[in-house]
Design a protein around this ligand. Structure first.
Ligand code: PBG
Length: 326
């Protein structure tokens, strides 16, 4: 008449909870996503993301030192490009003296021990806000891949450690790998945004990088349908065969089933991106005192680890690191 198994036994004290705990979040799991801008002076707030600013290069140098002091392993750069520099093919993405190459050099100089990850995609640079070049109404796959290869080379030549194609064109991982090898960048890693969904959760990011007003139509012809799971497996299979060192799932929290499926299936590190809309939702509820912001931030980051993620790209990185470092 008494339960012989009482799962509450191990929950009763802090010491036994710690002893049976299966997953832990550490600073080593955090990748800090930062928005850089050549017009910010020195910073410019992003309205839909309270607590996130567009950073000038001098503010970025400070942030890089902060990342290094906090023990954050890497930063991921997202550029806000002056609209005057945008064109149909995103040619500013190929400028070796552009904002991204300068941001890479700025981080490397300020904090040599912080890894630098760069998005490979054209949306911050195009007048139409798409990740590729257009052929009529369509995003031209192969012509886009050519641009992406050139963009990835510019990043690698500027000292980027990890190129992260987030465009979802077919065949780009293999083509970028070949080009990196041929140019002598044998050690430049590729983190493929392999399972990237056509999501409403990217809204605040598009304000942050200034592509919201520009974007014509949506990205459903290249990003994945939120209804699909098997396709994520195929995307990752292909990207590993083409030479990806690591893969990413994006968005994060609503797609933890995909993180779990991929981390169970493939022996490569799987990362998750806690995207701008996820950040905005937590911040908005916290600002209204509807949730405890810090608690939900830490719980959401731990949930990625439980799902099998090797790490998380997040705008919360410095705040979470401060909590973890006590
Ligand atoms: C596009 C890109 C996007 C994000 C990172 N790279 C948005 C998109 O595909 O429209 C979203 C990041 C975020 O929402 O935080 N190449």
């Amino acid at each position: 008449m008494y339960p012989s198994t009482r799962l509450r036994r191990t929950r009763q004290a802090d010491w036994s909870r710690r002893l049976v705990r299966q997953n832990t979040l550490t600073v080593n799991d955090l990748i800090w996503s930062v928005v850089v801008s050549d017009t910010a002076d020195p910073v410019e707030p992003v309205m839909a993301m309270p607590g996130v600013d567009r950073l000038s290069l001098s503010a970025l140098a400070k942030a890089a030192k902060e990342a290094q002091d906090l023990g954050i392993p890497a930063m991921a750069i997202f550029p806000h490009i002056d609209p005057a520099k945008k064109d149909d093919s995103g040619s500013e993405a190929l400028n070796p003296d552009g904002l991204v190459p300068n941001a890479i050099r700025t981080i490397k100089e300020a904090a040599p021990n912080v890894g630098v990850i760069c998005d490979v995609a054209l949306d911050p640079f195009t007048t139409h806000g798409h990740d590729g070049v257009l052929d009529g109404d369509r995003i031209a796959n192969d012509a886009t891949v050519e641009q992406l290869v050139a963009q990835a080379l510019v990043q690698a030549q500027a000292g980027c450690d990890v190129v992260a194609p987030s465009d979802m064109m077919d065949g780009r991982i293999g083509t970028i790998r070949d080009a990196l090898e041929a140019d002598g960048h044998h050690d430049t890693m590729i983190l493929s945004y392999a399972a990237k969904y056509a999501s409403g959760f990217y809204g605040p990011y598009r304000e942050a990088i200034g592509s919201a007003a520009a974007l014509k139509g949506d990205k459903q012809t290249y990003q994945m349908d939120p209804a699909n799971r098997d396709e994520a497996i195929r995307e990752v299979e292909l990207d590993i065969a083409e030479g990806a060192d690591m893969v990413m799932v994006k968005p994060g929290l609503p797609y933890l089933d995909i993180v779990r499926a991929l981390s169970d299936t493939f022996p490569v590190p799987v990362y998750a991106f806690q995207v701008s809309g996820e950040y905005a939702m937590i911040e908005a509820a916290a600002a209204n005192a509807w949730i405890d912001g810090e608690r939900v931030m830490m719980e959401s980051l731990l949930a990625f680890k439980r799902a099998g993620a090797a790490g998380i790209i997040t705008y919360f990185a410095p705040r979470a690191a401060r909590v973890l470092n006590g």
